[in-house]
Design a protein around this ligand. Structure first.
Ligand SMILES: NC(=O)c1ccc[n+]([C@@H]2O[C@H](COP(=O)([O-])OP(=O)(O)OC[C@H]3O[C@@H](n4cnc5c(N)ncnc54)[C@H](OP(=O)(O)O)[C@@H]3O)[C@@H](O)[C@H]2O)c1
Length: 299
């Protein structure tokens, strides 16, 4: 198949592009700078610019594009960038698909566990309603743009990723220096649920969604074994052979990062169950956190 991938330079996108090629597929990477290789296609999602003709032959569009949500305080301008980048990118892709004579059959669009808001101990499958807060609103707007592709005859899979773990980027790469230095610890009281998947499983889940017709609409893309924040910190420290006693109280996180970021991201409890993936036969290669971390960190 031919895949057009937006956000292909990111943590998930890089791994996905490599994986797809090993499976014998063709990958066209959408880039926001001048195309520098034969497999790249320039687009400017902020301006709605994408040459529909250059997407010719694409069977699947994968949209992973969006500003990093964890760069720091959610100021008004960061919020605009986080929301706008996702809405505009998705709208630009769908508008280009609309212009195509022979359309792709599938849009796989990233979304996030943030859709559900902060939900304590509630087990969240895909039937769960949208939660409250900034990320939940962003996810809803982002998913709405993607679902417009249904009107054009595409199947749409909305991948609600939990925390994607890889030492090459994202949250784990940010945590590693502190934990390796014995300066790790839990965030807040550590009772919040953390839904996670290794990058390899996130890629596998995307590929499963491509191949499985049952993956239509929301698809929770996180291990069936979420952990509490305290368990996450203790497990990472154990795997690294370090202590983890430098806990960060909730008030300190709110002071440092602002309440919206601290409560909406660092302390938000999301206990996802990947019902759609499991029901359609997906098997997580690394479903337990300790074994997953040992695998990915070579410990
Ligand atoms: N990693 C996680 O833990 C996680 C969890 C939940 C949801 N997600 C979502 O899954 C998607 C992929 O995650 P990821 O970790 O691979 O993200 P990532 O590493 O931050 O990569 C996202 C890519 O989006 C593109 N991008 C950045 N700013 C943009 C903008 N203003 N407009 C359009 N595109 C922009 C960039 O690619 P180019 O520079 O090549 O355009 C970037 O490489 C993201 O949308 C993310 O929100 C990720």
């Amino acid at each position: 198949m031919k895949f057009a991938v937006a956000g292909a330079s990111g943590l998930v996108g890089r791994a996905l592009a490599v994986f797809l090629r090993t499976q014998g597929h063709e990958v066209l990477r959408l880039v926001r700078r001048e195309a520098a290789a034969g497999d790249e296609l320039f687009w400017d999602p902020a301006k709605g610019a994408l040459d529909a003709a250059a997407l010719r032959g694409a069977d699947v569009i994968v949209n992973l594009a969006g500003e990093d949500i964890a760069e720091g305080r959610w100021t008004a301008s960061r919020r605009d960038a986080i929301r706008g980048s996702r809405v505009h990118a998705t709208r630009t892709l769908v508008a280009a698909v609309e212009k195509m004579k022979h359309r792709p059959h599938l849009l796989v669009n990233a979304s996030a566990s943030g859709f559900y808001g902060a939900r304590g101990d509630t087990v969240l499958d895909e039937a769960g309603p949208r939660g409250d807060g900034f990320l939940a609103e962003v996810c809803e707007a982002w998913e709405r743009e993607a679902l417009a592709a249904r009107e054009l005859g595409l199947r749409v899979a909305l991948m609600r990723f939990g925390m994607v773990l890889s030492p090459e980027g994202g949250v784990l790469a940010r945590l590693l220096p502190a934990f390796r230095g014995g300066r790790g610890g839990r965030l807040g009281d550590g009772r919040q649920w953390v839904s996670w998947a290794l990058a390899d499983d996130a890629v596998g889940a995307i590929y499963h969604a491509v191949l499985s017709q049952a993956c239509e609409g929301p698809v929770n893309a996180a291990s069936p074994n979420p952990v509490t924040g305290a368990e996450f910190a203790a497990t990472l420290a154990r795997v690294l052979g370090k202590a983890a006693w430098l806990n960060a109280p909730a008030w300190a996180l709110r002071l440092k990062f602002g309440a919206a970021f601290a409560d909406g991201l660092l302390l938000a409890s999301q206990r996802l169950m990947p019902e759609r993936l499991l029901d359609s036969g997906f098997i997580f290669r690394h479903a337990r956190l300790e074994a997953a971390l040992r695998h990915v960190l070579g410990k």
